[in-house]
Structure formats: structure tokens, C-alpha cells
Design a protein around this ligand. Structure first.
Ligand code: PEP
Ligand code: MN
Length: 339
């Protein structure tokens, strides 16, 4: 359940509710809003009656949250959450944030050329995998720590923030040392020890939906990160597995407005992994923004034919520049801005 405090309830009144929650063996997550504080009650609250809290000073009302995710729910945090990155770029704000770069960091030359191309058309966040979770053990697995160092160096030269995937809990401190945003990949959405580890980290998280996960399961995975105290979480629709074989996955476009309804966490769309085809990335990216996405994650490669992973879906810088122009018009049509 969530406890909604009266507008302008005092700090002592908030502390009183927190004490009461904790005395019942539950955890309290106060979220101060511009008008009122909302306190999430986390734990096994089944035996609790709302009256337990309704009588406390400063409490306006108690609302049961029927979803299994509480902190991620829009009831708990009605206003859209905004994640601000060190270079000032925002995810969840009025501007649609485009995160772009290669699937994997391959070399300084490849990364630099790609980063310059995307930064040149307004991108503020560089993506690139250093640790790659590949379906086949024989595929390129990424440059590891060397890739992280390259990402940081190249991004700093261009005032870009870095988003990169972390695949094991043990690697979280290392990746957090070099990256601004930690990505949890689709294959790891239900890796609960990894979710706890990124929840303990002091970096925003982009959490991708599992290939066979429901929206509800995605939000429960986000709940793990939030319950560990990290409130900078974005969820990413990157396509799910269906019977359709003409594309790599099927982008669940419905998930975008469904997520926007259920949660105030920023919603990202990844048209690259969803389609697996460069010719489809543009239209699907536009659809994502039209449906209400706060951000996009797009694979771009300076020389797609030479990409060591996901070559078929990588946009050439010229294709990407054209897409950015198109996205600006779509964003404007739905009351947003883009670079
Ligand atoms: C990626 O973005 O690099 C990636 C591996 O994506 P996903 O986890 O969605 O497959
Ligand atoms: Mn990829």
C-alpha cells in the first residue's frame, strides 16, 4: 500500500509514519513530491488494515497498490521521473533522448568515427557494448575493460554520456567506474542478483525487457532495482519473441503506452534489436516516439558492413542523420522535442 500524506505534512509526521511502518517489520520508502510526500510500504503487507496508518497525524489517505510492483507504480510516484546525466542530458524530460552508437566497441577508430558521427547530429549519449552477452559462445564477446576505457575517453572528448551493458554482479563496480548509465540486457532481465547489484550502484539503469517477459515481469524486475534504493531506472522495450520470423523480434508497441500508464519510470524503445534490420530501424523508431517513448537506443556503425556484431541492423551515419531529422518532426507532432 502507499500512504499519501496531507499537503504540507511536517517532517515529524512523515517520520511518525515511517516509524510505524518499520515497527510492523515493513520497509518505508518516502518520496517527497512538490506538493505532498507519498510513502511506499514495502514487504508482506497482507495482514495490514489501512486504518493502521489512516489514524496517524498528517496522513490524508491510504491506497492499496494492487500491482506486485509498488515503487515502480504510477500510484506511488504520479509524476514522470526524470533521469539527469552528468552532461546535462535528460531521460524522461520534454526532449526525447536518443542514445546511439555501435553494438560493440571494436576499436578506437571504429568507436571514434561512430561517436563523432552521432554527436554531430545532436546525440548526447553514446552506447556501445564492452561486455557482450552473445547467444553463441563463438561470437565476438567484446573488449571488456579495454572497451570501457575507450568508451570513456571517446565520450569525454565529445561531451557525451556513456551507456553500456553490465552482465555480472561482480562487474558492476568496474562498469560503474567508467560508464554513466548501466544497461541490463534482455537476457539478464530476470538475473536477480544482477538487479540487486545495479540497485546498489550509484548510476542510472536502463533495464531491457526479456525476450519472453511480460510487462508485469519487466516492472517487477525494475522494482528490484528501486527496492535497493536506486530510483534512476528506465525500462526498455526491445522486442519480444513471437511466431513472426520476418524480423529478429517483434516490437511490442502496445507496451509503450501500457508502461507509461503503469509506471512513471522513463520508457525507452530499441528499434535495432527489435527488428534486426537496418531498413526497418527508422520507421520503428518513429513509431516508438509516436507511441510516447522517452528515449531510443539505436545501433549505428561507421562502417556497418564491417561490424563484428549485429551488422544487419546497424545504421550507417548517413541513414542515422536522416532518421534524426525525421524524429524531430515526429517528436514535435506528439508534443515532444528531439535533438
Ligand atoms: C544491446 O543493446 O547491446 C543488447 C545486447 O541488447 P538486448 O539485451 O536487448 O539483446
Ligand atoms: Mn546489438
Amino acid at each position: 500500500m502507499i500512504v499519501i500524506m496531507e499537503a504540507h505534512a511536517s517532517e515529524e509526521q512523515v517520520a511518525g509514519v515511517v516509524d510505524r511502518v518499520e515497527s510492523l517489520g515493513l520497509r518505508a520508502h518516502p518520496s517527497p513530491g512538490s506538493e505532498r510526500t507519498i510513502i511506499g510500504v514495502i514487504g508482506d503487507e497482507r495482514p495490514l488494515e489501512p486504518e493502521l496508518f489512516e489514524a496517524l497525524a498528517g496522513v490524508e489517505r491510504v491506497v492499496p497498490v494492487l500491482h506486485p510492483f509498488k515503487l515502480a507504480s504510477r500510484e506511488f510516484h504520479p509524476a514522470d521521473r526524470v533521469i539527469t546525466l552528468p552532461n546535462g542530458a535528460q531521460l524522461g524530460g520534454p526532449e526525447v533522448l536518443v542514445m546511439a552508437g555501435p553494438c560493440a566497441v571494436e576499436s578506437r577508430e571504429q568507436l571514434q568515427a561512430t561517436a563523432e558521427a552521432v554527436a554531430g547530429v545532436g546525440v548526447r549519449v553514446l552506447r556501445g557494448g564492452a561486455f557482450k552477452p552473445r547467444t553463441s559462445p563463438y561470437s565476438f564477446q567484446g573488449l571488456g575493460e579495454k572497451g570501457l576505457l575507450l568508451l570513456r575517453e571517446v565520450a569525454d572528448e565529445l561531451d557525451l554520456a556513456v551507456v553500456t551493458e553490465v552482465v555480472t554482479p561482480e562487474d558492476v563496480p568496474l562498469v560503474a567506474e567508467h560508464a554513466d548509465v548501466l544497461q541490463v540486457g534482455a537476457r539478464n532481465m530476470a538475473n536477480y542478483s544482477l538487479l540487486c547489484a545495479v540497485g546498489d550502484a550509484d548510476r542510472p539503469v536502463v533495464l531491457k525487457r526479456g525476450l519472453g517477459a511480460t510487462v508485469d515481469e519487466l516492472l517487477q524486475a525494475a522494482e528490484y532495482v528501486l527496492a535497493h534504493g536506486n530510483t534512476d531506472v528506465a525500462v526498455c522495450e526491445r522486442g519480444i519473441r513471437t511466431f513472426e520470423t520476418s524480423t529478429r523480434f517483434t516490437l511490442d508497441i502496445n507496451a509503450v503506452p501500457v508502461l507509461k500508464h503503469l509506471t512513471s519510470l522513463p520508457v525507452v524503445v530499441d528499434p535495432s534489436h527489435a527488428t534486426g534490420r537496418a531498413d526497418l530501424v527508422g520507421p520503428v523508431a518513429c513509431a516508438g516516439v509516436a507511441a510516447g517513448a522517452d528515449g531510443l537506443l539505436v545501433e549505428v556503425h561507421a562502417n556497418p558492413r564491417e561490424a563484428r556484431s549485429d551488422a544487419a541492423q546497424a545504421l550507417h551515419p548517413d541513414q542515422f542523420a536522416a532518421l534524426m531529422r525525421q524524429l524531430a518532426r515526429v517528436a514535435e507532432a506528439v508534443g515532444r522535442r528531439s535533438a
